[in-house]
Design a protein around this ligand. Sequence first.
Ligand SMILES: Nc1ncnc2c1ncn2[C@@H]1O[C@H](COP(=O)(O)OP(=O)(O)OP(=O)(O)O)[C@@H](O)[C@H]1O
Ligand SMILES: [Mg+2]
Length: 249
Amino acid sequence: MSASILSLARSAPTARTAPAAPGAGAGTQPLVAAERVSRRFESGRVAAVVDVSLALAPGEYVALTGPSGCGKSTLLHLLGTLERPDSGAVRYRGTDCAGTDAAALRATRIGFVFQACHLIPTLSAVDNVELPMLETRWRAAERRRRALALLDAVGLADRGAHRPSQLSGGQRQRVAIARALANEPELVIADEPTGNLDSANAARCLALLADLRRARGLTLIVATHDAAVAAGADRIVRLRDGRIENERA
Ligand SMILES: Nc1ncnc2c1ncn2[C@@H]1O[C@H](COP(=O)(O)OP(=O)(O)OP(=O)(O)O)[C@@H](O)[C@H]1O
Ligand SMILES: [Mg+2]
Protein backbone atom coordinates (compact mmCIF):
# COMPACT_ATOMS: atom_id res chain seq x y z
CA MET A 1 0.00 0.00 0.00
CA SER A 2 0.31 2.62 1.53
CA ALA A 3 2.21 5.48 0.06
CA SER A 4 -1.10 6.73 -1.29
CA ILE A 5 -2.78 6.56 2.09
CA LEU A 6 0.11 8.20 3.87
CA SER A 7 0.25 11.06 1.39
CA LEU A 8 -3.50 11.47 1.66
CA ALA A 9 -3.11 11.69 5.38
CA ARG A 10 -0.51 14.42 5.17
CA SER A 11 -2.37 16.48 2.58
CA ALA A 12 -5.81 16.21 4.07
CA PRO A 13 -7.52 19.20 5.63
CA THR A 14 -8.16 19.23 9.31
CA ALA A 15 -11.63 17.83 9.11
CA ARG A 16 -12.61 17.62 12.73
CA THR A 17 -16.15 18.63 13.36
CA ALA A 18 -16.15 18.04 17.09
CA PRO A 19 -14.55 20.30 19.65
CA ALA A 20 -10.88 19.64 20.37
CA ALA A 21 -10.32 16.55 22.43
CA PRO A 22 -10.51 17.30 26.12
CA GLY A 23 -7.10 18.05 27.54
CA ALA A 24 -5.43 17.88 24.11
CA GLY A 25 -1.78 18.84 24.06
CA ALA A 26 -1.14 17.99 27.66
CA GLY A 27 2.19 16.24 27.04
CA THR A 28 2.89 12.74 28.24
CA GLN A 29 -0.41 11.79 29.78
CA PRO A 30 -2.09 8.66 28.41
CA LEU A 31 -4.23 9.05 25.34
CA VAL A 32 -6.85 6.81 26.91
CA ALA A 33 -6.93 5.16 30.30
CA ALA A 34 -9.29 2.78 32.07
CA GLU A 35 -9.10 3.30 35.80
CA ARG A 36 -10.39 0.43 37.89
CA VAL A 37 -13.28 -0.19 35.51
CA SER A 38 -15.82 -2.92 36.06
CA ARG A 39 -18.73 -3.98 33.88
CA ARG A 40 -21.30 -6.60 34.73
CA PHE A 41 -24.16 -7.99 32.69
CA GLU A 42 -27.40 -9.82 33.48
CA SER A 43 -28.24 -7.97 36.68
CA GLY A 44 -24.69 -8.41 37.92
CA ARG A 45 -24.52 -12.17 37.49
CA VAL A 46 -21.89 -11.97 34.72
CA ALA A 47 -18.74 -10.07 35.62
CA ALA A 48 -17.28 -9.31 32.18
CA VAL A 49 -14.60 -6.82 33.32
CA VAL A 50 -13.49 -6.55 36.93
CA ASP A 51 -11.43 -3.71 38.37
CA VAL A 52 -9.21 -3.27 35.31
CA SER A 53 -6.74 -0.43 34.96
CA LEU A 54 -5.04 0.02 31.62
CA ALA A 55 -3.47 3.14 30.12
CA LEU A 56 -2.37 3.61 26.52
CA ALA A 57 0.37 6.11 25.80
CA PRO A 58 0.07 8.11 22.59
CA GLY A 59 1.48 6.01 19.76
CA GLU A 60 1.48 2.81 21.77
CA TYR A 61 0.38 -0.54 20.35
CA VAL A 62 -1.18 -2.87 22.92
CA ALA A 63 -2.36 -6.42 22.19
CA LEU A 64 -5.17 -7.74 24.37
CA THR A 65 -5.26 -11.51 24.67
CA GLY A 66 -6.95 -14.19 26.72
CA PRO A 67 -9.47 -17.01 26.34
CA SER A 68 -12.90 -16.58 24.83
CA GLY A 69 -15.25 -14.83 27.24
CA CYS A 70 -12.47 -13.27 29.35
CA GLY A 71 -13.71 -9.74 28.67
CA LYS A 72 -11.62 -8.48 25.75
CA SER A 73 -14.48 -7.07 23.69
CA THR A 74 -16.14 -5.56 26.74
CA LEU A 75 -12.91 -3.81 27.76
CA LEU A 76 -12.48 -2.46 24.21
CA HIS A 77 -16.05 -1.15 24.26
CA LEU A 78 -15.35 0.57 27.59
CA LEU A 79 -12.12 2.14 26.29
CA GLY A 80 -13.94 3.32 23.19
CA THR A 81 -16.86 4.81 25.21
CA LEU A 82 -19.35 2.48 23.55
CA GLU A 83 -20.16 1.13 27.00
CA ARG A 84 -20.10 2.89 30.32
CA PRO A 85 -18.38 1.23 33.25
CA ASP A 86 -20.51 0.29 36.27
CA SER A 87 -17.65 1.58 38.39
CA GLY A 88 -14.34 3.20 37.69
CA ALA A 89 -13.64 5.70 34.92
CA VAL A 90 -12.37 5.94 31.37
CA ARG A 91 -10.31 9.04 30.70
CA TYR A 92 -9.43 10.42 27.31
CA ARG A 93 -6.42 12.73 27.52
CA GLY A 94 -7.06 13.00 31.20
CA THR A 95 -10.73 13.92 31.06
CA ASP A 96 -13.39 11.56 32.39
CA CYS A 97 -15.46 10.46 29.38
CA ALA A 98 -18.57 10.34 31.55
CA GLY A 99 -18.67 14.13 31.45
CA THR A 100 -17.92 14.64 27.76
CA ASP A 101 -19.64 14.33 24.41
CA ALA A 102 -18.60 10.73 23.87
CA ALA A 103 -20.36 10.49 20.51
CA ALA A 104 -18.31 13.38 19.12
CA LEU A 105 -15.16 11.86 20.54
CA ARG A 106 -15.91 8.57 18.84
CA ALA A 107 -16.85 10.19 15.55
CA THR A 108 -13.68 12.21 15.21
CA ARG A 109 -10.92 10.55 17.21
CA ILE A 110 -11.57 6.83 17.40
CA GLY A 111 -11.73 4.18 14.70
CA PHE A 112 -13.39 0.86 15.56
CA VAL A 113 -12.97 -2.48 13.93
CA PHE A 114 -15.71 -4.62 15.46
CA GLN A 115 -15.48 -8.34 15.96
CA ALA A 116 -18.63 -8.75 13.87
CA CYS A 117 -17.73 -6.12 11.22
CA HIS A 118 -21.07 -4.25 11.51
CA LEU A 119 -21.11 -3.11 7.91
CA ILE A 120 -24.33 -1.57 6.59
CA PRO A 121 -25.78 -4.35 4.44
CA THR A 122 -27.55 -2.09 1.95
CA LEU A 123 -24.47 -0.01 1.14
CA SER A 124 -21.61 -0.91 -1.17
CA ALA A 125 -18.12 -1.44 0.22
CA VAL A 126 -16.95 2.01 -0.84
CA ASP A 127 -20.07 3.65 0.63
CA ASN A 128 -19.47 1.82 3.91
CA VAL A 129 -15.92 3.20 4.03
CA GLU A 130 -17.18 6.69 3.21
CA LEU A 131 -19.80 6.67 5.92
CA PRO A 132 -17.65 8.06 8.77
CA MET A 133 -16.50 10.88 6.48
CA LEU A 134 -19.99 12.27 5.93
CA GLU A 135 -19.67 14.49 8.98
CA THR A 136 -16.34 15.97 7.87
CA ARG A 137 -15.52 18.93 5.67
CA TRP A 138 -14.22 16.72 2.89
CA ARG A 139 -16.19 17.18 -0.29
CA ALA A 140 -17.91 14.25 -1.96
CA ALA A 141 -15.19 13.69 -4.57
CA GLU A 142 -12.47 13.75 -1.93
CA ARG A 143 -14.41 11.38 0.31
CA ARG A 144 -14.78 8.96 -2.57
CA ARG A 145 -11.09 9.23 -3.49
CA ARG A 146 -10.07 8.53 0.09
CA ALA A 147 -12.48 5.62 0.44
CA LEU A 148 -11.17 4.03 -2.77
CA ALA A 149 -7.56 4.54 -1.64
CA LEU A 150 -8.36 2.84 1.68
CA LEU A 151 -10.03 -0.07 -0.10
CA ASP A 152 -6.95 -0.33 -2.31
CA ALA A 153 -4.73 -0.35 0.77
CA VAL A 154 -6.57 -3.36 2.20
CA GLY A 155 -6.48 -5.18 -1.14
CA LEU A 156 -10.06 -4.55 -2.24
CA ALA A 157 -9.67 -2.04 -5.05
CA ASP A 158 -11.92 -4.16 -7.25
CA ARG A 159 -14.66 -4.74 -4.68
CA GLY A 160 -15.83 -1.19 -4.03
CA ALA A 161 -19.23 -1.68 -5.66
CA HIS A 162 -20.01 -4.92 -3.82
CA ARG A 163 -22.41 -5.03 -0.92
CA PRO A 164 -21.37 -6.91 2.24
CA SER A 165 -23.50 -9.93 1.28
CA GLN A 166 -21.46 -10.17 -1.92
CA LEU A 167 -18.16 -10.26 -0.03
CA SER A 168 -16.43 -13.06 1.85
CA GLY A 169 -16.07 -12.84 5.62
CA GLY A 170 -12.42 -11.83 5.27
CA GLN A 171 -13.25 -9.19 2.67
CA ARG A 172 -15.93 -7.74 4.96
CA GLN A 173 -13.36 -7.58 7.71
CA ARG A 174 -10.98 -5.66 5.46
CA VAL A 175 -13.75 -3.20 4.54
CA ALA A 176 -14.31 -2.74 8.28
CA ILE A 177 -10.60 -1.97 8.76
CA ALA A 178 -10.69 0.56 5.92
CA ARG A 179 -13.77 2.17 7.45
CA ALA A 180 -12.09 2.41 10.85
CA LEU A 181 -9.29 4.45 9.26
CA ALA A 182 -11.54 6.74 7.23
CA ASN A 183 -11.58 9.67 9.61
CA GLU A 184 -7.88 9.60 10.42
CA PRO A 185 -8.51 8.56 14.00
CA GLU A 186 -5.79 8.97 16.60
CA LEU A 187 -6.94 5.81 18.41
CA VAL A 188 -7.84 2.57 16.64
CA ILE A 189 -9.64 -0.08 18.66
CA ALA A 190 -9.70 -3.35 16.80
CA ASP A 191 -11.48 -6.49 17.95
CA GLU A 192 -9.98 -9.56 16.30
CA PRO A 193 -9.26 -7.60 13.09
CA THR A 194 -7.44 -10.50 11.48
CA GLY A 195 -9.74 -13.23 12.79
CA ASN A 196 -11.28 -14.00 9.39
CA LEU A 197 -8.23 -13.31 7.26
CA ASP A 198 -5.74 -15.65 5.65
CA SER A 199 -2.14 -15.02 6.61
CA ALA A 200 -1.35 -12.90 3.53
CA ASN A 201 -4.27 -10.55 4.08
CA ALA A 202 -3.71 -10.48 7.83
CA ALA A 203 -0.11 -9.40 7.19
CA ARG A 204 -1.30 -6.76 4.73
CA CYS A 205 -3.77 -5.25 7.20
CA LEU A 206 -1.22 -5.30 9.99
CA ALA A 207 1.31 -3.58 7.74
CA LEU A 208 -1.26 -0.90 6.95
CA LEU A 209 -1.87 -0.24 10.64
CA ALA A 210 1.87 -0.28 11.36
CA ASP A 211 2.54 2.22 8.57
CA LEU A 212 -0.15 4.56 9.82
CA ARG A 213 1.14 4.21 13.32
CA ARG A 214 4.65 5.18 12.26
CA ALA A 215 3.52 8.01 10.01
CA ARG A 216 0.86 9.53 12.21
CA GLY A 217 1.51 8.27 15.71
CA LEU A 218 -1.68 6.21 15.70
CA THR A 219 -2.42 4.57 19.04
CA LEU A 220 -3.60 1.01 18.67
CA ILE A 221 -5.26 -1.59 20.88
CA VAL A 222 -6.08 -4.92 19.31
CA ALA A 223 -7.86 -7.90 20.83
CA THR A 224 -6.45 -10.99 19.24
CA HIS A 225 -5.91 -14.72 19.41
CA ASP A 226 -3.28 -14.37 16.67
CA ALA A 227 0.28 -14.75 17.94
CA ALA A 228 1.64 -12.77 14.98
CA VAL A 229 -0.54 -9.77 15.88
CA ALA A 230 0.46 -9.94 19.53
CA ALA A 231 4.14 -10.33 18.64
CA GLY A 232 4.16 -6.94 16.90
CA ALA A 233 2.78 -5.09 19.93
CA ASP A 234 4.73 -2.94 22.39
CA ARG A 235 2.89 -4.63 25.20
CA ILE A 236 0.74 -7.74 25.56
CA VAL A 237 -2.00 -7.60 28.18
CA ARG A 238 -3.62 -10.90 29.04
CA LEU A 239 -7.09 -11.04 30.59
CA ARG A 240 -8.59 -13.90 32.51
CA ASP A 241 -12.08 -13.91 33.99
CA GLY A 242 -12.37 -10.17 33.43
CA ARG A 243 -9.14 -9.26 35.19
CA ILE A 244 -5.63 -8.53 33.98
CA GLU A 245 -3.71 -11.74 34.52
CA ASN A 246 -0.36 -10.44 33.35
CA GLU A 247 1.36 -7.89 31.15
CA ARG A 248 4.58 -8.17 29.23
CA ALA A 249 6.49 -6.01 26.84
N1 LIG B 1 -24.36 -7.70 26.27
C1 LIG B 1 -24.05 -8.73 27.06
N2 LIG B 1 -25.01 -9.30 27.84
C2 LIG B 1 -24.71 -10.33 28.66
N3 LIG B 1 -23.49 -10.86 28.80
C3 LIG B 1 -22.50 -10.35 28.05
C4 LIG B 1 -22.72 -9.26 27.14
N4 LIG B 1 -21.55 -8.94 26.54
C5 LIG B 1 -20.65 -9.80 27.02
N5 LIG B 1 -21.21 -10.63 27.94
C6 LIG B 1 -20.51 -11.68 28.70
O1 LIG B 1 -19.36 -11.08 29.28
C7 LIG B 1 -18.26 -11.97 29.23
C8 LIG B 1 -17.14 -11.32 28.45
O2 LIG B 1 -17.53 -11.23 27.09
P1 LIG B 1 -16.59 -10.60 25.96
O3 LIG B 1 -17.38 -10.54 24.73
O4 LIG B 1 -16.03 -9.33 26.48
O5 LIG B 1 -15.43 -11.71 25.87
P2 LIG B 1 -14.22 -11.84 24.82
O6 LIG B 1 -12.97 -11.98 25.61
O7 LIG B 1 -14.29 -10.73 23.84
O8 LIG B 1 -14.53 -13.24 24.10
P3 LIG B 1 -14.19 -13.72 22.59
O9 LIG B 1 -12.71 -14.04 22.56
O10 LIG B 1 -15.03 -14.96 22.45
O11 LIG B 1 -14.60 -12.64 21.67
C9 LIG B 1 -18.77 -13.25 28.61
O12 LIG B 1 -19.13 -14.12 29.66
C10 LIG B 1 -20.00 -12.81 27.85
O13 LIG B 1 -20.94 -13.85 27.75
MG1 LIG C 1 -14.65 -10.67 21.80
